[in-house]
Design a protein around this ligand. Structure first.
Ligand code: BTN
Length: 270
């Protein structure tokens, strides 16, 4: 069977009436849509701009990891935005983008997704989408946000690199059927526009509260690696600036702004 390829003209026709959708760049193959986004932002491209790639040859994950991005089976995309509100808080873009993708996934099929701090989307405790938000500067030195999302749509379990096979999943694995990537991408664009309009109208609070309702990190016993430091304890809360508050075994609270989180059972960490 021939792989179902994206048809960029068909997609652009369906999204060009949206504010996020007017400026649309499609690549059959690029190293990383986030890197391309940085270049376009420096060149002064029309914003907001959406980038979609069929394949990434150097997809980037958080913490300098790589992101598996084969052709025909995923959605590898970046959104370039010029924020109206400063200072720019990266955590707000994590809440925003995770909620956009989570809502679109839940609209397209009968999934219930879980959100894991800071910006992973899980189904049945396995990662189906990762988000990488970066801040760069535009042509006039203003701050520009690049929010990249990688969604595993029709990837088979055996196609994942061995090291991710247990921790990653795809929408088709979870539903037992192939998913129409074009329909899902158009739903993402629609959700991007409506949730962004809500943000402009009512601020970040309603987005943060909807994110919290889907977040499964609070109350878990976790270990976080930030830089060379490891912290362990129970997650007490997540703040609206995107930071996480952890209570250690001595009852002391620690506020953590970024890191790699592993959840587990207290005894396994001691
Ligand atoms: C993570 O480590 O969880 C973040 C993964 C982000 C992957 C996406 S795919 C589209 C965009 N371009 C990249 O190079 N990375 C992001």
């Amino acid at each position: 069977m021939k792989p179902a390829k994206f048809n960029p003209d068909e997609i652009h026709d369906k999204i060009r009436s949206f504010e996020f959708g007017r400026s649309f760049v499609f690549k059959e193959k690029t190293a990383s849509t986030n890197e391309l986004a940085k270049r376009l932002a420096h060149e002064g491209t029309v914003l907001p701009c959406l980038i979609l790639a069929e394949e990434q040859t150097g997809g980037k994950g958080r913490m300098q990891r790589s992101w598996y991005s084969p052709p025909f089976t995923g959605i590898w995309m970046s959104v370039i935005v010029q924020p109206k509100i400063t200072p720019v808080i990266a955590g707000h873009y994590n809440f925003f983008m995770s909620l956009v993708i989570a809502s679109a996934i839940e609209t397209c099929a009968d999934y219930t997704v879980e959100l894991k701090w800071p910006n992973d989307i899980l189904i049945h405790n396995k990662k189906v989408c990762g988000i990488l938000s970066e801040i760069t500067s535009g042509i006039d030195n203003s701050s520009i946000v690049i929010a990249g999302s990688g969604i595993n749509v029709n990837i088979e379990k055996t196609d994942f690199p061995e090291e991710f096979r247990e921790s990653a999943t795809s929408l088709s694995i979870e539903s037992g059927t192939a998913i129409n990537r074009t329909e899902l991408f158009i739903e993402i664009v629609s959700s991007l526009n409506s949730i962004h309009a809500l943000w402009e109208l009512r601020g970040i609070e309603p987005i943060f509260h909807s994110w919290l309702q889907k977040c499964t990190t609070i109350g878990q016993y976790i270990e976080i690696k930030s830089g060379n430091n490891y912290s362990r304890g129970v997650v007490q809360r997540i703040n609206i600036d995107g930071s996480l508050v952890l209570q250690d075994k001595n009852g002391r609270e620690h506020t953590i702004y970024a890191g790699d989180l592993h959840s587990g059972i207290r005894e396994h960490f001691s």
